[in-house]
Design a protein around this ligand. Structure first.
Ligand code: BGC
Ligand code: ZN
Length: 374
């Protein structure tokens, strides 16, 4: 940063309420002094990832601007380098690679103890998504408590930190909820969906020692199936082997993670969970589809089998940290596999239209991201 010069910086934003409004705009340059008590961290943005949430925000399905603005800066998967820190910042120093949590606290008790991902309020504040500007800017500033250090040795996995935090949280929630039993020794997991959350969930479950089956429609031979196999999990093409057939072969699962973005699949998963098992829903389905389900059958099986369903959204700093440890272990166990998720880079703010085009139109894209600066 050139100190003393207050130039505006570039930002990529949408006009909430107006479909396909993504555009380039400007914001004032932030400063560490914007954050109270000497706790500010100024970050130079290196890369920003996009996902289905950004697509749906640009489709004006949801997303709200911060108070006083008619636009919302997008971007919630950030990787950057610390430029400057406030006088009372201890855990991070200039030159460190970092990412940032997405949600900011509201007023509930859960928000006040650092677990803002569990807010009990209807309104939630998420950078780049709802009521707070995102990270698709040249710089951003935030308080130390929302900044997460990324180890040097994981810098090549940059924008995966945020999606990883969501996978790490979802699985941790499942394990914590299972403490309802004196012992829980899960052996077999099904991961439904082989997009970024499905793949990262596959890794977390492998790290926990489970026998993991990752299910998706495509026949084997796609990048997705190669990544699953690279993680030493079993890829199952549901076109060839529907989930019923898999259950016939290997039995029901102790844990199922749904990451398909398809509510019909999320509900159908209820038919394939074993006794004392837990089903975690991580994805959401925009739309108004309605499916018919065998409700009597599910009802009796779930009661007689003590089964549990958990919904999971977002992540707090502790999940970013545990997710980063999972990535580190993943790199040691399966070197070079995880970076294959990072499929589609786009260079520079000027190419924001190309970024959105890849996100919407490129079926083989696993992760689309912007290289903001070097
Ligand atoms: C983000 C989460 C966020 C959720 C709901 C996801 O795309 O990665 O951090 O909580 O959308 O807005
Ligand atoms: Zn996201």
């Amino acid at each position: 940063m050139i100190l003393g010069i207050q130039r505006p910086m570039k930002a990529i934003a949408v006009k909430p309420g107006t479909p396909n409004s993504v555009h380039m705009t400007e914001l004032p340059m932030p400063a560490v002094a914007d954050i109270e008590e000497g706790k500010g961290v100024l970050v130079r943005v290196l890369k920003v990832g996009v996902d289905a949430t950004d697509r749906e925000i640009n489709d004006a399905l949801y997303g709200n601007p911060p108070a006083g603005y008619d636009f919302l800066t997008i971007g919630h998967e950030v990787f950057g380098v610390v430029e400057e820190t406030g006088a009372n910042v201890r855990s991070i120093k200039p030159g460190d690679f970092v990412t940032a949590t997405v949600r900011r606290p509201g007023g509930s008790i859960y928000d006040q103890i650092g677990t803002y991902d569990m807010t009990s309020e209807e309104t939630y504040y998420e950078r780049g998504i709802n009521l707070r500007h995102g990270f698709m800017t040249e710089y951003f500033v935030d308080a130390e408590e929302y900044i997460v250090k990324v180890p040097q040795g994981l810098q090549h996995l940059h924008v995966l930190m945020e999606p990883m935090s969501c996978a790490a949280k979802a699985i941790q929630q499942a394990f914590e909820a299972q403490q309802r039993m004196k012992v829980w020794r899960p052996e077999r997991a099904f991961v439904l969906g082989a997009g970024q959350i499905g793949l990262l969930s596959t890794l977390v479950l492998k790290n926990r020692g489970l026998d993991v089956y990752t299910l998706a429609r495509s026949a084997k031979g796609t990048l997705n199936s190669e990544i699953v196999e690279g993680l030493e999990a079993t890829y199952v093409s549901t076109r060839e082997t529907p989930i019923e057939a898999l259950v016939d072969q290997v039995g029901k699962a102790d844990l199922i993670v749904d990451a398909t973005g398809h509510s019909g699949v999320a509900f159908d998963a209820m038919n394939h969970l074993g006794h004392n098992g837990v089903l975690v829903w991580t994805s959401i389905t925009g739309g108004e589809r309605a499916v018919e389900i065998p409700s009597d059958k599910i009802n009796i099986e779930w009661v007689l089998g003590n089964k549990l369903l958990v919904g999971s959204v977002n992540a707090n700093k502790s999940h970013f940290e545990s997710g980063i440890r999972d990535l580190a272990l993943g790199e040691v166990m399966y070197p070079g596999v995880l970076q294959r998720i990072l499929t589609n880079p786009v260079d520079g703010f000027e190419n924001y239209q190309e970024l959105m085009r890849l996100l919407v139109e490129e079926p083989t894209a696993l992760k689309v991201y912007m290289n903001v600066s070097e």
